[in-house]
Ligand binder design. Structure first.
Ligand SMILES: [Fe+2]
Length: 263
């Protein structure tokens, strides 16, 4: 496998109800349309990555996620966000093709899945155990390139309200990353917007949500009118990567009108 292809979906915020909306978008139809769009345009990847907020504080939403993503015939790599219930998530997704946390080796890459959720808090933090797990995963990766994924942003998004709910111990996390030479990218969700940066040779990538987006660089909370989106990643044998954010526009094939209906 000289090129490893991933499709990254994040922050679907599902409910048990199939029609429930969040910030003006019915979340299950939005996720369904986003997945259909990816399957029509960028399929199949080697694995799917989902970086948290799978549900909106409603564990009944996991059944929808399991139905949609369990039938793809692909590994589905998951980690929890601040709106997930990690215990329920692990119970609901405790079988193949789902992987929750830990790491997975695919081809020449190691994909690391961190849990940065703190019960009852919108902010994130990596526990001592998570940091030790990251250290071990990077140390034992051999000659594989590493992609590290988590829910919360480990660098400032230059958005005052969002930067109050980022990764509290980002310094410790980045110090761990800096001790190793094999990390090629850090990927997160939570911020509901596109972000691409570079830090000490490591690509920094945030992916918009499969439902409503947040306005970049806003001091106070504000919804952006951008449509749902996902990200494709092409991870190459030399450690380089090619990535693209795909916005699911209103006239896209398979895109249901109800995705965009106002609340
Ligand atoms: Fe979210």
């Amino acid at each position: 496998m000289s090129v490893l292809r991933l499709t990254h979906f994040t922050d679907p915020h599902l409910y048990g109800s199939e029609t429930e909306s969040l910030r003006g978008i019915a979340t299950l139809p939005a996720l369904t349309a986003t997945l259909e769009h990816a399957r029509a345009r960028d399929w199949p990847p080697d694995a799917v990555l989902v970086t948290g907020d799978i549900v909106q504080d409603d564990p009944a939403g996991y059944a929808h996620f399991r139905r949609l993503f369990g039938a793809l015939g692909l590994p589905v790599l998951c980690l929890p966000g601040n709106h997930d219930e990690p215990g329920a998530m692990r119970r609901e997704l405790n079988h193949a093709p789902f992987v929750v946390g830990g790491f997975v080796d695919l081809g020449l890459w190691r994909l690391i899945l961190l849990d940065s959720s703190i019960p009852g808090s919108a902010s994130g933090r990596l526990s001592e155990q998570s940091l030790a797990g990251l250290e071990a995963a990077l140390t034992t990766a051999g000659n594989r390139h590493c992609l590290v994924s988590l829910h919360h942003h480990p660098v400032a998004m230059e958005s005052r309200w969002l930067d109050h709910v980022g990764l509290e111990n980002a310094d410790e996390f980045l110090q761990t990353i800096d001790r190793h030479r094999n990390v090629r990218a850090i990927v997160w969700g939570h911020v509901h917007q596109n972000y691409e940066g570079l830090r000490k040779g490591v690509r920094l990538l945030a992916t918009p949500s499969t439902c409503a987006q947040f306005l970049p660089h806003a001091d106070e909370f504000a919804v952006d009118r951008q449509p749902p989106a996902y990200r494709t990643l092409e991870l190459r044998a030399d450690g380089s990567l090619l990535t693209e954010v795909v916005w699911v526009e209103k006239n896209a094939p398979g895109c249901s009108r109800s995705v965009y209906s106002a609340a």
